[in-house]
Design a binder for this molecule. Structure first.
Ligand code: GAL
Length: 445
């Protein structure tokens, strides 16, 4: 029964264009790389003689994909980059720590000191606006146009990286934040069947898991993972419209609904392990793999962790939308920028062309657990989870993630994180709501 519900959630894959049909579209006339473009017309001898492409020189790329399955994603891109732009030398500037928990501070200081990388990872939406507002990145409309513009990127995504008519980054992927990852055996042992449809039902299921002998049914990590969990509780409680209204100018957070979300969040933490502030997401996901917890709420980069640990979907682990958020896609997208003053802007554009190409997106997203930002990469190249996410992204209501730079800028996120972190110690919901309301009053405009 439980598996059948999961099947309903993952729905079937969609047909798309074959990636091979797109190879020629990825060639930039403004870069020197062959990238496979035009190779359909080339004979075998010509192909054998093709010289490595690219502007040449070192290309320093800054991310927080330094460990585990995230590193595998970056390596997949790096491999493609090497094969398409062999003259360029990829320099890995990754700083460990999920959600950029350490990386963003280092990046901010490098940018402030006029020592930018050649390209860095930034979230589409409010976070990108920070860099644009500080004039730290330059438009990349030419790259987006060479990649196919709105023919290949969804307009609602381009809108989130466009300011005053200019596009400021190249999206590499789309992640979904409101996913529960669960251990099938633990749930079966506890007699928990269908995924719960609301938070109250989910708390009952956690109670059943606890009674079956698993002392911490819900796995959590440090403060950013708590913000991530809390945003999904807000979404479940307020619904998509109410949640999205929280980011409108003048939004009021000191409401009965936000208080209700804070109360539910508090109840959920009673079923969770004790985490330290710096605890990253993989140990929380691994606790589900080990059967030490039944559930972890995490973005769908978690599916890459399950895969890298040889876990089988359906028998070892399963997934479903955070109860009460079915039909809503809590969205975030990674994208890559061209910093003002980059040492090697031509090499950086090679990197951006690769990140935005169909081949780059296929290789990267297969490894990363996300779905391509491009709409023309074939869904059937992907495992079931990603196929379900592609389908959901097309049909669900899209809302923006708080924890991952889509809904709020860095200053606001930092205040939300402080409030959530303080709450973790105090468990004082009234103060949490007050702190969140104060942060909104200061930042919502
Ligand atoms: C997000 C990022 C994802 C993933 C995650 C965990 O902010 O967009 O790609 O890296 O953090 O580190």
């Amino acid at each position: 029964m439980f598996v059948m519900r999961r099947r309903a959630f993952i729905s079937t894959g969609i047909a798309g264009l074959g990636v091979s049909a797109l190879v020629g579209c990825t060639t930039s006339e403004t870069t020197t790389g062959p990238q496979g473009g035009g190779s359909a017309a080339a004979g075998p001898e010509q192909e054998a003689k093709s010289v490595p492409g690219g502007a040449g020189g070192k290309v320093g790329v800054f991310t927080w994909w330094a460990d585990g399955s995230e590193k595998l994603g970056l390596e997949a891109l790096q491999k493609e980059f090497k094969s398409q732009f062999g003259k360029d030398e990829f320099v890995n500037l990754a700083v460990a720590g999920g959600a950029g928990s350490n990386a963003k501070a280092k990046l901010a200081s490098d940018l402030a000191n006029n020592n930018p990388p050649d390209s860095f990872q930034g979230h589409a939406g409010a976070e990108l606006l920070d860099y644009i507002g500080k004039d730290q990145i330059v438009p990349v409309d030419d790259v987006i146009a060479d990649l196919g513009g709105s023919d290949v990127f969804p307009q609602n995504l381009l809108d989130r990286i466009t300011v005053k008519g200019s596009i400021y980054s190249v999206p590499s992927n789309i992640h979904r934040a409101n996913v529960v990852w669960a251990n099938v055996e633990v749930l079966e042992k506890a007699g928990v069947g269908d995924p719960p449809t609301d938070l109250a039902g989910w708390l009952d299921a956690m109670d059943a898991v606890k009674s079956s002998g698993v002392s911490t049914p819900l796995a959590t990590g440090g403060s950013w993972t708590q913000v991530h969990l809390f945003e999904t509780v807000l979404l479940s409680t307020l619904g998509a419209d109410g949640y999205s209204a929280l980011f409108e100018p003048g939004a009021k957070w000191d409401s009965a609904e936000v208080t209700q979300a804070a109360d539910s969040y508090k109840s959920m933490l009673e079923f969770a392990n004790t985490a330290s502030d710096g605890d990253d997401w993989p140990p929380a996901t691994d606790a589900v793999i080990a059967g030490k917890a039944a559930y972890n709420v995490m973005g769908d980069w978690a599916v890459a962790e399950f895969t890298s640990k040889k876990q089988k979907e359906g028998t070892d682990y399963t997934y479903f939308p955070v109860p009460g958020t079915d039909g809503v896609f809590d969205f975030l997208a990674d994208s890559f920028t061209l910093p003002r003053g980059a040492n090697n802007p031509a090499g950086a554009k090679d990197w951006l062309m690769l990140v935005g190409s169909a081949e780059g997106q296929l290789a990267f997203n297969l490894a990363k657990g996300s779905i391509p930002a491009r709409t023309d990469v074939a869904a059937d190249e992907f495992p079931a989870y990603q196929q379900s996410a592609m389908e959901s992204f097309k049909s669900d209501t899209i809302v923006s993630s708080i924890a991952h730079g889509a809904a709020v800028n860095q200053a606001w996120l930092s205040e939300i994180t402080t409030a959530i972190s303080k709450f973790y110690g105090s468990k004082d919901t009234a103060t949490l709501v007050e702190d969140l309301a104060a942060a909104a009053d200061k930042n919502a405009g």
